[in-house]
Design a protein. Sequence first.
Length: 160
Amino acid sequence: MRWLSAEEQRIWRGFMTAVTTFSEHLDRQLQRDAGMPMAYYEILVALSETPGRALRMSELAMMCHSSRSRLSHAVAKLEKEGWVVRRACPSDRRGSIAELTDEGFAVLEAAAPGHVTTVREHLFDVLTPEQLRALDGISRAISAGLSTECDRARAEVPEF
């Protein structure tokens, strides 16, 4: 067992505090200004950026880094709002596809400016260009270090 040194512990806690606090701030802003949590916004964005504004639920879960049950619950809420519709996958009846509605796209368009402003003010405007480049490299390194484990976990989850 390799325990964290005092400096590593300080860095770890600072990183976790920054990530958690920033995520909570983004979630509060979206709840206040758009009436939706960050998770719903991420689903709408993912759908808006795909051809036909539609994705198989399994692909959407991967893109949103969500479990099947959490995504299914969120999509059900988005369906009730009229922002997303779910339909059977034509190539595989076991699967389903989530599609962004015009109303959902309009809600996303209305929410995006406030969200982008918040991201800009609390991330890009507080870091120097050198810090942003370092953050990019750090983010890529962390993601690359986790990609094999994430790929293995995804392979164990059946399609839906």
